[in-house]
Design a protein. Structure first.
Length: 568
């Protein structure tokens, strides 16, 4: 059984399953080079079909879409467009009160694909299965667990299909809703309003807010953001958050969001300082989500938990939950591609497991994107008359360069899906010198100096570095670093003494494991700095051509394209 999952919207993506196995999963931004691209993911769909060995979308058994009412653009592409129903859904979704005639005046009926557009029309429209937005989030995390035991699922994001915060119970093949909340508990929106007030992109810059927060002191402005966040007592909303109308703006193929409350936050920032407001926003986020999670675990007496939705990309929140409930929670499973680009896979998993039992399927890795062979790369280099060296042991040579404090770009195998680089499209450096953080930020990433970098380390060495860790392969949770180790690896330790690690097992990524191991032999520390292979504002590198561009337009010292090495 082939199931194709599609998400069209913020972070459009596609994924494909064959008999439950994930064959491919990729965001459209990796092809268009537009960060958070909201186009219909035609390139991602084509990649998924090609990876599955299918020549036509009609060879797929089901197409799962991550909305109750699939967007009109997608329906036009799939040939399932029904004008009257789409107009009604648009009216409801936007809440603008526009008349049907108003949409007609915008030229809705006149949209039609040009002749050269890929033919993705469905011959059997019944294959198209809509999946509620938050249910797709829930499925993405529940159906990537190692067991099908009873499990509480939490999905929190901005909003999708009229839901912002939800709790579900998963067991066997079933995911049933326990509670769905919208504007009264729009925790993610409240945090993003602060992000916008800091003049960062609502829907992208929340990670910056999180990174800035440890530099501030929430006690200096405690309570000033209370009105935007809900007050929760266990599972109940005691007082709703107060946010006005939400707006959006589409530019360069990506959606940005806006709330007028951001102007109020901007004034608070001028009064109390950027760092302190960021710290208070982080405190409020953690307070709200932890109250909600703890309330439901106690109410249901269920201590297996799973999480998805963009809010759970906040690794500090995930750390707080782990350290607070580490002795209570038996399982904290966070789907690593927790934002909207993970919805395509979630929708596909939901549809697949309506037909096939779920017995547990641990998520081994996220290497589900395109790859390029050595012959392709050599031809590319030769056509450009570039000087390169073919190396027999790229892991050993890369480790040597890292030990010499060089900045190494590492391009290997299949690209990662999701927002984190996990050793196949990565920029690497030694973590042993504190100045290396500033060097990469200024010479390569061209981003704010306060933003931290993450480490990759051997899974076998995790207890040497971290306080009470659990296995973490995807950089989705942070942990405290042992005090004795903080000065050993200062380039990857944040100001609050934490890191967001990737623990690497040899059986998952042997070549990357070897790089870290060889570096450890040379330096005594089996851990390296790893950041995504891109510069600020761009998606992670996909192709060798993009890798070459980034290499020559930044301060990188070395580039490994499989076993070909380029040096400056």
């Amino acid at each position: 059984m082939y199931v194709l999952g599609i998400h069209t919207g913020h972070d459009s993506a596609a994924a494909i399953l064959k008999d439950g196995e994930i064959l491919a999963d990729v965001a459209e931004e990796r092809f268009t080079r537009l960060k958070h691209c909201n186009n219909v993911p035609v390139s991602a769909i084509a990649y998924c079909l090609n990876t599955a060995g299918l020549n036509d979308i009609n060879e797929v058994d089901y197409i799962a879409v991550s909305w109750k009412n699939p967007p009109s653009d997608l329906q036009i592409v799939l040939g399932t467009y029904e004008l009257s129903r789409i107009k009604q859904s648009i009216k409801k979704a936007l809440g603008l009160g526009l008349s049907v005639a108003g949409f007609a005046g915008m030229g809705v009926e006149k949209r039609k694909l040009p002749i050269y557009y890929p033919d993705l029309r469905l011959s059997n429209k019944n294959k198209l299965i809509p999946v509620e937005h938050h249910l797709a989030h829930a499925a993405s995390t529940y159906f990537t667990r190692p067991t099908n035991d009873r499990c509480l699922i939490f999905t929190i994001d901005g909003a999708g299909d009229g839901v912002s915060t939800a709790t579900w119970m998963g067991e066997g093949n079933s995911i049933r809703p326990l509670q769905k909340l919208y504007r009264e508990a729009a925790i993610g929106w409240a945090y993003s309003v602060v992000t916008e007030g800091l003049h960062w992109w609502h829907g992208d810059g929340e990670g910056k807010t999180m990174g800035l927060a440890p530099y501030g002191d929430a006690s200096k402005c405690r309570g000033v953001l209370d009105r935007y966040f809900p007050v929760l007592r266990g599972t109940e909303v005691v007082r709703p958050g107060k946010l006005g109308e939400g707006y959006y703006w589409v530019e360069n193929g990506a959606t940005q969001f806006h709330f007028d409350e951001a102007y109020e936050v901007e004034k608070l920032i001028k009064k109390h300082g950027r760092e302190n407001i960021a710290a208070e926003a982080q405190r409020k986020l953690e307070e709200c989500v932890m109250e909600y999670v703890f309330g439901w675990t106690e109410k249901e007496r269920c201590y297996n938990t799973a999480y998805a939705g963009g809010v759970f990309l906040n690794v500090k929140l995930n750390q707080r939950i782990w350290y607070k409930l580490g002795n209570q929670i038996r399982e904290q499973h966070i789907y690593p591609n927790a934002g909207d680009s993970g919805l395509a896979l979630g929708a596909a998993l939901w549809v697949y497991h309506q037909h096939t039992p779920f017995d547990g399927r641990p998520l081994g890795h996220l290497y589900q994107g395109p790859e390029y062979g050595s012959e392709f790369i050599k031809k590319l280099l030769d056509e450009r008359s570039l000087k390169y060296e073919k190396v027999e042991n790229p892991a050993q040579q890369a480790a040597g360069l890292l030990a010499e404090n060089k900045i190494v770009a590492w391009f290997q195998g299949r690209m990662e899906c999701g927002p984190r680089a996990l050793g196949n499209r990565s920029i690497l450096m030694s973590p042993l010198k504190a100045k290396n953080k500033d060097i990469i930020n200024s010479r390569v990433k061209f981003r704010e100096a306060f933003r931290p970098f993450c480490p990759s380390l051997l899974w076998e060495k995790r207890f040497d570095y971290f306080v009470d860790p659990r296995d973490e392969y995807f950089m989705i949770t942070s942990f405290y670093v042992h005090p004795a180790k903080r000065d050993k690896i200062p380039a990857v330790v944040h100001v609050d003494g934490t890191v967001r690690p990737q623990m690497v097992k040899r059986e998952i990524n042997p070549l990357y494991w070897d790089v870290i191991n060889e570096f450890g032999k040379l330096t005594g520390e089996y851990i390296i700095l790893n950041t995504s292979f891109n510069i600020k504002g761009e998606p992670i590198i996909n192709t060798p051509r993009e890798a070459l561009r980034c290499f020559y337009d930044s301060g990188l010292d070395a580039l490994f394209l499989r076993n070909y090495l380029l040096m400056k």
